[in-house]
Every structure is written in structure tokens, then in C-alpha cells.
Design a protein around this ligand. Structure first.
Ligand code: 5GP
Length: 240
């Protein structure tokens, strides 16, 4: 009886491929958007949830690729229609995640990647629950974060200043996330994120039996990062 039940669960797992909901958050300038782009490159199993925003388009950004840029009136209309699974006001602009788009990606059996702030992360966790993987990205230092914000050179000085003024507040939300990573080196951080995703996918959907050595390594790495959060990261946060 138990055996046949197990077989049925196993069969369902194999036939209905499920995806994860991966949240990346960070203080502005910690490199999260670059990380997201690297993660999506050559990875057909993950798709970005392209948000809606009322923020002005930066010179190098493309509509429908980086964001769906909309007016406040359009945003308000979409909000009223319950088009967003979550929305928030961040730095005086509105940002929202389309429910239909998330469903579409998920129905394909793919992972959805969210580049959203701590407010959005809270709501997504509450609504999507179990298959959510939350990752918070820290800059190696505040100096480095300022350098990156200025180097981006896509925002006027007063916007850079405004973002810096939110830094401590944004930083304070790191505890809400399962994983916290210090983004010292881009490719190392991408590797760590890939390991976390691998580990979470196996933890959530695949029976231990099918683990390879590589997957086991990924699981250990992810566990180490999750444990490290409690001591090493706490020390780090005090220095930022
Ligand atoms: P930026 O203006 O630099 O592109 O984004 C500002 C902040 O808004 C970032 O922390 C980014 O992750 C967040 N953000 C982008 N899209 C969304 C969204 O749909 N919902 C929420 N809550 N935050 C978002």
C-alpha cells in the first residue's frame, strides 16, 4: 500500500515538472541585476519575471525586456484589475509583478526569477509558499556599493544620493531571506546561486535516490551558505 503510494508520488513528480520561485533582493548597487542577467544567460530552465514600473527608463534599458515601463495611471488601472501578484512603492516609484506572467512561466515547468525588493519578497513568500527560494545579495563593502552606483552612471546624482539614503533600511531586511551572499566576485556568486537552485530543486522535487556526486556537492554548498548566515554574515552586516 505504502509502496504504491510512493510510486504514485514519484510518477507525478516525473510527469509534472515543477518550477521554483527564486527571489533575488539586495540594497541598490549590490550587483543583483547583473547577477540575474548572468544567471539567465544559457539557462533555459529559468525565466525572469519582468516587472512593471512607473520609474523613468534608464538610457540603456529596453521596454519589455528590463521592465514594462508604464505611467502612474496605467499602473493604477492594472492594480485595480488585480493584475499584480504583488506591488510596492520603492524609491518613490511603483513596481509590480504580473500574476499572469508568473503563471505562464510556472506552467511551462520553469523556474521564475524575481528581481524584487524586500516588500515584494514578503508578499511572494506569503502567496507562493513552499517552492520559494529567497536570496539576499550583499555588497563586499559600502565603499564598493557607492562605486558601483556611480559607475552605473545611468542615474542622475540626486537619484544616487536618494538610493544611498535607503541603504541601511534595505540592508536591515537580510534576515528574512534563507540565503545571504556577499557579492565579491560576480562569477563566484553566480556559481553559488546555481548551487543553491540545484540544491533546492532536489530538496523539493526529486527523491534522494537520484542524486549524483555533483548534486550532493551543490546541496552541501547551499546548506553551508544557509548556516553561515547566522554568524559570518551577522559580523559582515555590522561592518557595512
Ligand atoms: P531599479 O529602479 O533599480 O530597477 O529597482 C529598484 C528596486 O525595485 C530594486 O530593489 C528592485 O529589485 C525592485 N523591484 C523591481 N521590480 C519590482 C517588483 O515588481 N516588485 C517589487 N516589490 N520590487 C521590485
Amino acid at each position: 500500500m505504502l509502496r504504491s503510494l510512493k510510486n504514485l508520488v514519484w510518477k507525478n513528480m516525473k510527469t509534472k515538472k515543477q518550477g521554483l520561485f527564486i527571489i533575488l533582493s539586495s540594497p541598490s548597487g549590490a550587483g543583483k541585476t547583473t547577477l540575474a542577467k548572468k544567471l539567465l544567460k544559457n539557462n533555459k530552465n529559468i525565466e525572469l519575471s519582468i516587472s512593471y514600473t512607473t520609474r523613468k527608463k534608464r538610457p540603456l534599458e529596453k521596454n519589455n525586456k528590463d521592465y514594462n515601463f508604464v505611467s502612474e495611471e496605467e499602473f493604477e488601472k492594472l492594480k485595480k484589475k488585480k493584475y499584480f501578484i504583488e506591488w510596492a512603492k520603492v524609491f518613490n516609484n511603483y513596481y509590480g509583478t504580473s500574476l499572469i506572467k508568473v503563471e505562464k512561466i510556472n506552467n511551462k515547468g520553469k523556474d521564475v526569477l524575481f528581481d524584487i525588493d524586500w516588500q515584494g519578497s514578503r508578499k511572494i513568500k506569503k502567496k507562493l509558499g513552499k517552492n520559494v527560494v529567497s536570496i539576499f545579495i550583499l555588497p563586499p563593502s559600502k565603499k564598493e556599493l557607492i562605486k558601483r552606483l556611480k559607475k552605473r552612471a545611468q542615474d542622475p546624482d540626486h537619484i544616487v544620493k536618494q538610493r544611498l539614503s535607503f541603504y541601511k533600511m534595505e540592508l536591515s531586511h537580510w534576515k528574512d531571506y534563507k540565503y545571504v551572499l556577499i557579492n565579491k566576485n560576480l562569477s563566484d556568486t553566480v556559481k553559488k546561486i546555481k548551487n543553491i537552485i540545484e540544491a533546492e530543486r532536489y530538496e523539493n522535487f526529486v527523491p534522494v535516490k537520484s542524486l549524483t556526486k555533483q548534486k550532493i556537492k551543490a546541496i552541501y554548498e547551499a546548506k553551508r551558505i544557509a548556516i553561515q548566515k547566522k554568524n559570518l554574515i551577522l559580523k559582515k552586516i555590522r561592518s557595512l
